[in-house]
Design a protein. Structure first.
Length: 248
């Protein structure tokens, strides 16, 4: 089988299963694992998949820049926000990061909810500026222009000084291998929010499930609850339930 045929076969397998395993593709293509590994590396360089240990997984197709994401999948994000509201109660301290599903949650907070929101997101802070009962603590720092959030040491130091009841984590990409982000510094902020929270609730549209980006945040087992727009019995979510994560 020539290389072009192998590359196409790898992409077709990825489309079917959202992942490719070296040993399986080696057997199917009747070539060595080293050959498959080189093919996967080439496809990774082309941006067509994400190489991981033992194979590859699908890239996220969600737009990167905030201005492209803010009006993307609004219906699904509203469903996610409505589900997430059930986990909020008076007196809580919560982390809200810069995810647009998290922004949808901020926009949906009942006006009588007495809550403290710690955020590094300008859109979240703006959404809550006239909320009568939400105290907003803004974690300042350097502007991350593509996300309209703050990043860097100053942001992390603010987060380090606060213990939150819940972190509502806006997912960029999530896979059974862990949560990842497109930006190293964004991943570092999210990592600190995970560390400083008693409960982690990941908000993710279904298309972000079983995808990966470059920078590691935490193992998926650090997540207590995953909320998507889908029903909990969706096949894309079964692997996470098998790992003991609550899926809503």
């Amino acid at each position: 089988m020539v290389k072009e045929e192998r590359l196409q076969a790898i992409l077709e397998q990825l489309t079917r299963d959202n992942k490719v395993q070296l040993n399986e593709m080696s057997r199917l293509l009747n070539v060595s694992e080293d050959t498959v590994r080189r093919d996967i590396k080439e496809l990774d360089i082309l941006g067509l998949l994400k190489a991981v240990r033992g194979g590859a997984i699908a890239n996220s197709t969600v737009p990167h820049h905030y201005r492209d994401r803010e009006n993307y999948d609004l219906g699904q994000k509203k469903v996610i926000a409505d589900k997430a509201l059930h986990f909020l109660k008076d007196g809580q301290v919560v982390f809200f990061d810069g995810g647009t599903s998290v922004l949808a949650l901020a926009q949906s907070l009942p006006k009588d909810l007495k809550i403290t929101v710690v955020t590094n997101s300008f859109p979240v802070a703006n959404a809550l500026e006239d909320h009568p009962n939400a105290e907003v603590i803004f974690a300042g720092g350097r502007l991350f222009k593509t996300a309209f959030t703050t990043i860097g040491l100053q942001t992390i130091e603010t987060i380090r000084s606060i213990r939150a009841n819940i972190y509502f984590l806006g997912v960029s990409s999530i896979h059974t291998i862990g949560l990842t982000a497109k930006s190293y510094e964004d991943a570092e902020v999210k990592k600190k929010m995970v560390e400083m929270s008693s409960q982690i609730i990941a908000l993710s549209t279904l298309e972000k499930m079983n995808t990966a980006e470059t920078y590691y945040i935490c193992p998926v087992t650090d997540i207590d609850i995953i909320i998507t727009e889908a029903t909990p019995d969706s096949p894309e979510l079964q692997a996470y339930k098998d790992m003991g994560i609550t899926v809503v």
